[in-house]
Design a protein around this ligand. Structure first.
Ligand code: NAP
Length: 287
């Protein structure tokens, strides 16, 4: 099977390349090699490579900056997704697109099902939702897999930010009233490959199991990092309310996703987030 991966230098794009199953011939393009906002570039490259599946790991992911870069966020997350979907449809190829928990407003406190009504609270979520919608119009047989709170040993993310801050500070405040599911990009990549091999279509959710607040996540990062010797001194972590930590974008207070349908389709479930956190930190230590 020939597969095109976009966003090759991102967390997920990188993990996808590490997790390629046997029998897959893949081309992974970073933003310099394929700018998904350019329809001519997308059309030319896909016609030349003729992939059977496109996995779109490219995205504009700067949640706060998106509030002031609306056009760019829309160009990548809405138009880029549409260009790839149109190219896939023209070739008769499949497309697996990755979306986000931030399409939901987080106002009801039970895990969100794939069919729940979206209502993004910010530009990033709105651009990802617009991408999902256009994608399904251009390529109704697409697979959309929504995920959340992604981290990897490669790239920038909450885990690495916390380690950096904890290394130099005696005290740190972290928001304790936003609840979600931390997700290791490596596990997500494996799930996406399985979805590709099974030629899955439809809308699904994938995150690691369990829930946490950013505060809980930060406490776990510190505990595991101290145990592994990545950190040497303890930092006092203070729980904050969202209102005490103003950001440009409003985030959903509860964005846990219900994964049961994808776990059923793939016949696998994700481990608890803390298990994968340990694995990633052990890897980071060796890097
Ligand atoms: N990170 C999270 O917490 C999170 C949460 C929920 C959902 N997701 C979704 O998961 C997917 C993967 O996210 P990630 O964490 O791997 O993001 P990431 O690390 O920010 O990587 C995104 C990649 O997309 C590339 N990109 C940006 N604009 C592009 C363009 N016009 N053409 C081609 N590539 C472009 C970026 O390249 P440059 O750096 O060169 O611009 C970057 O390498 C995304 O769909 C994201 O929306 C992420």
């Amino acid at each position: 099977m020939k597969v095109l991966i976009t966003g090759a230098d991102g967390q997920l794009g990188w993990e996808l390349q590490r997790a390629v199953p046997a029998g897959i011939e893949f081309t992974a393009c970073n933003s310099a090699e394929l700018d998904i906002t350019s329809k001519p570039q997308v059309d030319e490259l896909t016609a030349r490579l003729a992939p059977e599946i496109i996995i779109n790991a490219a995205a504009y992911t700067a949640v706060d900056r998106a509030e002031s870069e609306v056009e760019l966020a829309m160009a990548v997350n809405r138009d880029g997704a549409a260009h790839l979907a149109a190219a896939a449809a023209a070739l008769g190829a499949g497309i697996i697109h990755v979306s986000t928990d931030f399409i939901f407003d987080g106002c009801h406190y039970r895990p969100y099902l794939p069919a729940d009504v979206p209502n993004p609270t910010g530009v990033y979520g709105a651009s990802k939702l617009a991408g999902e919608r256009l994608l399904l119009i251009k390529c109704p047989d697409a697979a959309i897999i929504r995920t959340a709170w992604v981290y990897s040993s490669h790239g920038n993310n909450f885990v690495k930010t916390m380690l950096r801050l904890m290394d130099g500070r005696k005290e740190l405040g972290v928001v304790a009233d936003q609840i979600g599911s931390p997700t290791w990009a490596g596990g997500l990549a494996q799930a996406l490959w399985q979805a590709a091999v099974q030629k899955l279509t439809g809308v699904y959710h994938w995150t690691d199991a369990g829930v946490a607040s950013w505060y809980d996540f930060a406490c776990a990062i510190q505990e595991e990092a101290l145990a592994l010797g990545i950190l040497r001194r303890e930092t006092f972590i203070r729980p904050l309310r969202t209102e005490d930590y103003p950001t440009q974008a409003r985030r959903p207070p509860y964005s846990v996703l219900d994964k049961t349908s994808l776990w059923g389709e793939l016949g696998v479930s994700a481990p608890h987030w803390r298990f994968n956190l340990k694995k990633m930190l052990a890897e980071l230590k060796n890097v």
